[in-house]
Ligand binder design. Sequence first.
Ligand code: ADP
Ligand code: MG
Length: 489
Amino acid sequence: MEPKNDDPKKINEKSQNTDNNKNNIKNINESNHLSNKMEQKEQEKIENLNTLKKSEVNEEKNNIKLKPLANKENQENNQENKTKEENEKNNEDNNNKENNKKTDIQKNYYRKEIPVKDWGCRSIDEYDIFDNEPVGNGTYGTVFKAIYKGSEEYAKNYGIPKIVALKKIKTVNEKEGFPITALREIMIMKRLRHKNILQLLEVVISKPNEKNKFKSNAYLVFEYMEHDLCSIICSNFSYEKSQIKYILYELLLGLQYLHKNNILHRDIKTLNILLNNKGEVKIGDFGLSRIFAENAKRKYTNRVATLYYRAPELLLGDTIYGGEIDVWSLGCVFWEILSGNCLFYGDNDKSVFLKICQTCGNPNESNWPGVSQLVNYKEFIPQKKYENTLDKEAKKYSKIDDVTFDLLKKMLILNPKERITIEQALKHPYFTSHEPKMCKKEDMPKIEEELHYYSYKKKMEQNKQQQQHIAKGEYSKKNKFLGKKRDHN
Ligand code: ADP
Ligand code: MG
């Protein structure tokens, strides 16, 4: 089954609405947009998992012994023949130097490591789930808001906050046992410490009992974030320019940290970007991420990144790729925050690629040497020669001025080798001289209502049903939710 797609006309209508009705909830069109996104996401994940399983399970097993996470500089300084203690001391010195330099990488909060023996051994009974109503429900995980009720000392030692998010791993369809996506997520996230990366706190399990039909479940425990970016954009909330700049900057720092530690996220999109009312912005969902070998021309699956955010080299079947794919996806996210719309929508790889060509022009051997060798090139390249019209498209949106556009355009360069790097992006005039300056963390909006895609979509569906009842004259006073408008300010 192919995922459904948005009608482009609807998307354009939506864009015009965006400027006019800033803080109102969009109705049926948006609900369709959301459900399409969800269907598409689920299809993608199924596809991805199948491919991952076939091609990467063995690789994954070999990767289980992970290097300790360190800054690249630290890794380079470590000499092989040094004793363990010398190495540890060296790392510590380097870390101190790094912190003194006050770089944003690895300048993170400290918390004691949970002992290895405790990982995955503590019980879900340490937490109480709010309402039993999930805030997120993907193909492989259901996310709940929960409250910690375990020992205070443990919480203090290991930095467990009062409110957390529990991601219950779905194992129903897993013939091969614990899902590989969850394994990846745990293996990688366990090592990450950065203010712009969602913190995995621990993994807990439920004991088999009658309630869970004698089937033990695993839960990933994360810090709780009040919103995901997709729901904020879909609810028509409009960020100020200085706030958009802040969000992009934080996301670039998060990606920079990942890439410096040889991790590709491979699923950057608005649904996987989480925000809280303290002004923090974090990258979550590491189910498709992987560790990459630097400079080694290893082949990886190209079935990564959700369709709309998938870089052209992936669509064309490239299997030797790098951090540029995450930059492309982030470019798509940047566009979406600025415009309220998804840029490259389509039903399948070919139609998304066509949309990219219609917007960014056709790739060819002169603007992208080697492109014609990629496996899908012959099949996907359109007969018609499209020019780059991104600037015309950008002019429709008041928030995309010349400097903003320059950065956007560079993040969305077809040839991955020409695409702007994270380091270059962080030094772009958009951040260094362009006005308005990026806002401070404290100046990020506090959105009272918690906005998560899943619950938001549910509410939209209820609204839709209610409208249908009204049309039929079946409105009941009990259903008060109808007509209630969101006020985000
Ligand atoms: P999946 O692998 O199924 O996509 P995600 O980790 O992306 O799972 O979570 C699905 C959704 O759950 C997210 O889009 C977001 O709305 C919500 N969510 C995920 N993590 C958190 C969190 N830490 N706090 C609050 N909501 C979260
Ligand atoms: Mg996700």
